[in-house]
Design a binder for this molecule. Structure first.
Ligand SMILES: *Cc1c(COP(=O)(O)O)cnc(C)c1O
Length: 367
């Protein structure tokens, strides 16, 4: 219970990693391709590019759009810093829109208010594994000729109106960090149905170097873009493949545990996360809202004292020193209110309903 989230690794996972270590390719080999294909098949997307983190994935996804310097990308401040940092890496400007009060995902109406002639894209985040309002966001993107990137670091396996996350936005990003739905240690993936963007992203993953099929048996190759080395290893992808087989079980378990929390916290003053009826949430986080900042601190300390992993997701990005230095000083209404009251309590597949009961009892004692 030390952390709010953690990986689940079994003997099968370990065996597949060890087997891959004995193969010819440790990187850029067949396991990478197999993992990409399997994720694509699972989420129903055409192209998948596996990389060494979701941060890298976001970076080259934005780079692939080749936006003029100073272009604006609308995103949420209620996310991990990597989401909006990817915009800064590419000399574009993050513009923060407020979140919905019920799911803490970006509010499409607030997005509309921030659009101007410099706006080129939207990066939405499936907070806690709950998909964003994708129909509305897609509609806005279509009307204003914007690219929709979905940071689905929390939501591999989640569904929106019976479609898997990864099949909806122009580009979707997944993370395989240990606290995320499945893990490769570190790792990430970009999925898209856009062939041109997929080809470019694939090049950007490896120095921007392109080797055409005719050049395969020669020393020739060309560097067409300023890429990076964001490659992932075959043994990490072997772990990913093995983990993917357990994803549906993981999601079901997370939903069961979250439902247990909801049931046990009913009839208390605590507000729990909700799930809209047209989505299946990945339940990456389970968050509660306490009465106010003071109450949140009290419960946070109480849980920490008992060795229970709690955290706050997230400190709004515009509050960070680096962003303040860039001139950000907003105070978005819902973002501020939720941030001041929210707490993530443990949710991962190693927990039992008994653990959930114990955690809730500690919270109730603290109230
Ligand atoms: C974890 C996370 C990332 C970054 O993922 P890494 O794989 O650790 O780089 C990006 N965005 C969100 C919303 C995340 O939760």
């Amino acid at each position: 219970m030390k952390s709010y989230g953690r990986q689940y690794i079994d003997e099968k996972d370990i065996k597949s990693v060890v087997e891959t270590l004995k193969e010819d390719y440790l990187t850029t080999g067949p396991k990478v391709k197999e993992f990409e294909d399997k994720i694509c098949k699972y989420v129903n997307a055409r192209y998948g590019i596996a990389v060494n983190s979701a941060t890298s994935a976001l970076d080259i996804a934005v780079q692939s759009l080749a936006l003029p310097e100073g272009s604006e990308i609308i995103t949420t401040a209620f996310t991990f810093a990597a989401t909006s940092n990817s915009i800064l890496y590419n000399n574009c400007k993050p513009v923060f829109a407020d979140v919905l009060r019920d799911t803490y995902t970006i509010d499409p109406e607030e997005v509309k208010k921030k659009i101007n002639e410099k706006t080129k894209a939207i990066i939405c985040v499936d907070y806690a594994g709950h998909p964003c309002e994708l129909d509305e966001l897609k509609q806005i993107a279509r009307e204003h000729n914007l690219i929709l990137i979905e940071d689905a670091s929390h939501s591999l396996g989640a569904e929106y109106k019976n479609q898997k996350i990864g099949s909806i936005a122009d580009i979707t990003i997944f993370s395989f960090h240990p606290v995320k739905p499945i893990t490769t240690g570190e790792g990430g993936m970009i999925v898209t149905n856009n062939e041109k963007l997929a080809e470019k992203i694939k090049m950007l993953r490896s120095h921007g170097i392109d080797k055409s099929p005719e050049q395969r048996d020669t020393w020739e190759y060309d560097m067409k873009e300023l890429g990076r080395n964001y490659r992932i290893t075959d043994f990490q992808c072997a772990l990913g493949i093995s983990q993917l087989e357990k994803l549906n079980e993981f999601i079901n378990k997370r939903n069961e545990l979250a439902n247990k929390y909801t049931e046990l916290l009913k009839n208390t003053e605590i507000e729990v996360s909700i799930v809209k009826e047209y989505v299946k949430s990945g339940r990456h986080l389970f968050t509660i809202l306490l009465k106010d900042e003071k109450e949140r601190k009290k419960i946070y300390d109480k849980l920490r004292e008992r060795g229970i992993g709690v955290n706050v997701h997230y400190i709004p990005i515009y509050k960070f020193t680096y962003y303040k230095k860039l001139g950000y000083n907003e105070k978005l209404k819902n973002t501020e209110e939720i941030y001041s009251r929210i707490l993530s309590i443990p949710l991962h597949v190693n927990l039992t309903e008994n653990d959930i009961e114990k955690i809730v009892n500690v919270i109730k004692e603290g109230l």
